[in-house]
Design a protein around this ligand. Structure first.
Ligand SMILES: NC(=O)c1ccc[n+]([C@@H]2O[C@H](COP(=O)([O-])OP(=O)(O)OC[C@H]3O[C@@H](n4cnc5c(N)ncnc54)[C@H](O)[C@@H]3O)[C@@H](O)[C@H]2O)c1
Ligand SMILES: [Zn+2]
Length: 354
């Protein structure tokens, strides 16, 4: 069992990492004396996970709302559906939402909690590896609109985050690998302990060994919570969490958000960004190999030859990391620390995407 804290002062919250036994008393302590609880989940989350959480909640007044699975549930219509449910159940500010699912469920639940009656408590119980190491921590909540993903939302911290490795057993392979992409990211943006743990335990990680999963989740969250607590509103250091994301987002957009998971796209993005770092002279050739070998050792794809500069160019230009018309990149240095820069030669991007 491990507990990590994130957030500042009054919006501070605990992140609890458990193994296969769900910590009933800890969850109930954080729900507290709330009258009503609404668990929000989606159709892709196995029913047994929903039942297991529902069964350990002490409150008598507990309800479940199941959304459709996928990005379409981060929408105005799901927002409306959840709001209607909250009014129907007579929710007030002393009640609580629980987002039980992946990042989709977490983001829409957080956005509803932030806006219903100008803000009610919510608890994140992330069930995908990606949501456990990334989206459940940091307080970003959002919905999608036709103009783009995550364009409407707010920064609103949860009251508590409960993580259990037991949920990960049922996760499809591509979703598991998607989360591993973000774990690898933390290893190359400054968490050297995590980097050695992955290097020494690649096969156990591939086999989803529970003990090692707890450790890599804990290390990933430590890095994320340290960064987001320093920079809650994304004005500075938080940008390094986007290592691999400028190219990754361009790949996802080029693929029309089909056929490739976010983690798989940003993994290729990290390789491309590392190549740019190498061509710019920030890292040595063996360090570039180090990045590629780690990704390969976890069974993730490393071949990005399908994505040429001409294909990705227009999507990179519309990335939110463009400020004053200048593209910023997150690159890495010899010490495997990430930094944001607008100083690089475009020819090195072209070379990396060849
Ligand atoms: N708020 C943030 O800071 C932040 C950060 C990163 C990503 N995100 C958002 O997170 C979303 C992606 O999250 P995701 O990768 O978790 O995707 P997701 O929520 O769509 O989950 C992936 C799939 O796995 C299913 N699933 C969930 N738990 C499962 C389990 N235990 N066993 C089997 N299947 C399970 C889901 O039903 C879904 O079909 C995106 O919308 C992205 O914008 C937000
Ligand atoms: Zn990401």
């Amino acid at each position: 069992m491990a507990e990590i804290s994130a957030g500042k002062a009054s919006s501070k919250y605990q992140i609890h990492i458990a193994g296969k036994n769900l910590p009933k008393s800890v969850l109930n302590k954080h729900i507290g004396k709330k009258n009503k609880v609404l668990i929000i989940s989606d159709k892709g989350v196995p029913k047994k996970h929903i039942d297991s959480i529902k069964s350990i909640i002490n409150n008598k007044n507990k309800h479940v709302l199941i959304l459709e699975q996928g990005e379409k549930s981060k929408s105005f219509s799901s927002f409306q559906e959840i709001m209607n449910k909250l009014f129907e159940l007579n929710f007030d500010r002393s009640d609580c939402l629980i987002g039980l699912g992946g990042g989709v469920v977490g983001d829409i639940t957080g956005f509803c909690a932030a806006t219903f009656l100008r803000g009610i408590d919510y608890i994140q119980i992330p069930t995908t590896l990606l949501s456990q190491v990334d989206s459940s921590v940091g307080g970003k909540t959002a919905i999608n609109v036709p103009q783009g993903k995550n364009l409407i939302g707010s920064f609103y911290n949860p009251k508590f985050v409960l993580i259990s490795t037991s949920f990960l057993k049922t996760l499809p392979k591509n979703e598991y690998e998607s989360g591993l992409g973000e774990v690898i990211k933390y290893a190359f943006i400054g968490n050297k302990k995590l980097k050695s743990i992955i290097e020494e335990n690649a096969s156990k990680i591939v086999k989803r060994n529970e003990g090692i999963l707890k450790i890599i989740i804990e290390e990933s969250i430590k890095t994320k919570s340290k960064i987001v607590t320093k920079d809650e509103k994304e004005n500075g250091i938080r940008a390094i969490l986007n290592f691999g994301h400028t190219f990754g987002h361009a790949i996802e957009a080029y693929e029309k958000y089909r056929n490739i998971t976010h983690g798989a796209a940003i993994t290729l993005g990290m390789i491309i960004a590392s190549k740019v770092s190498y061509f710019e002279g920030h890292i040595k050739d063996y360090q570039l190999d180090n990045v590629i070998n780690m990704i390969d050792s976890l069974g993730l794809k490393t071949d990005h030859s399908k994505y040429k500069y001409t294909n990705l160019k227009k999507y990179m230009k519309s990335d939110k990391k463009v400020s004053d018309g200048k593209l910023n990149l997150i690159l890495i240095n010899k010490k495997f620390n990430a930094f944001k820069t607008s100083k690089f030669k475009n020819k090195n991007i072209i070379k990396a995407l060849n």
